[in-house]
Ligand binder design. Structure first.
Ligand code: NAI
Length: 259
């Protein structure tokens, strides 16, 4: 085995493709990765939010570029990934983070529509990005895929079956791809965030957040997007080369708490 060097804990110079980078955890990931020296391709459907992300990164003297992308559009994904690879000379780190939340009971009239939207953005999209990025990941010296799942991929809450099914699917996809791509040195891992203060949870008022967090988490609070982004970074380090196929809870202890 070669000696581990300080560079093994650095993503400096690597190219990171981050979806859902206009808000919440995706924005935090783009910032944390850029701050660690990566060249960040920040992708989202929200152009205004992306601009804010890029401005913050550039104000810190770091490198990022915005790409408008609807991850549920397979053709667009292929085009943007090609453009990013041409711009930065490759892709090393793929972070599938973009997400929507469309809660619905199983007997709602518009259930089918919400099911389709949710599966498209949260699950099918991951296969689009992986398939398009694979030729570039195969050329990388440190190829990493991190899928942002959820504690809803490990358990479930009522009225959220499309979301929970998609997130369970993300964990299954992660494990399957880890096994399939392992022989090529490409690691594939999932992160399962618990309740995090992002755009997705901003409509929940503070009192309800506090009640929920006190009742459900060991740390008695919501997490911050940066706390997830740092764990995503950890899984992307060259030094994380023997970690693959895991579903890592970053949930303040939600999944282990019983009472
Ligand atoms: P957020 O709403 O702050 O950010 C999600 C981003 O995804 C937005 O910028 C949005 O424009 C983008 N997006 C939505 N549809 C898209 C599409 N079709 N193509 C490209 N971009 C699209 O939400 P948050 O919380 O930062 O979500 C990030 C990920 O974390 C999601 O996959 C979500 O399911 C997951 N998650 C969130 C939790 C939370 O408590 N906030 C808990 C567990 C998982």
């Amino acid at each position: 085995m070669t000696d581990l060097t300080e560079f093994s804990r650095s993503i400096d110079g690597l190219v990171a493709f981050v979806t859902g980078a206009a808000s919440g955890m995706g924005r935090a990931t783009a910032k944390v990765f850029a701050n660690a020296g990566a060249k960040v391709a920040a992708c989202d459907v929200n152009a205004e939010g992306l601009e804010e992300t890029i401005a913050a990164i550039r104000a810190a003297g770091k490198e990022a570029q915005a790409w408008h992308l609807d991850v549920s559009d397979q053709g667009e994904v292929a085009t943007v990934i090609e453009a990013v690879a041409a711009h930065y000379g490759g892709i090393d780190l793929l972070i599938n983070n973009a997400g929507i939340s469309r809660p619905t009971p199983i007997d709602a009239e518009d259930y089918g529509e919400k099911w389709q939207q949710t599966i498209a953005v949260l699950l099918s999209a991951h296969t689009f990005t992986v398939r398009a990025a694979l030729p570039y990941l195969r050329k990388s010296r440190s190829p990493r895929i991190v899928n942002i799942a959820s504690t809803e991929g490990l358990g479930a809450t009522p009225g959220s079956s499309p979301y929970s099914a998609a997130k369970h699917g993300v964990i299954g996809l992660t494990r399957s791809l880890a096994v399939e791509l392992g022989k090529e040195g490409i690691t594939v891992n999932a992160i399962c965030p618990g309740p995090i203060n992002t755009g997705m949870t901003e409509a929940i008022n503070d009192e309800h957040k506090q009640i929920y967090a006190r009742r459900r988490t060991a740390l008695r609070r919501y997490g911050e997007p940066e706390e997830v982004a740092q764990m995503t970074l950890s899984l992307c380090l060259p030094a994380a080369s023997f970690v693959t196929g895991i579903a890592l809870p970053v949930d303040g202890g939600l999944t282990i708490r019983r009472a």
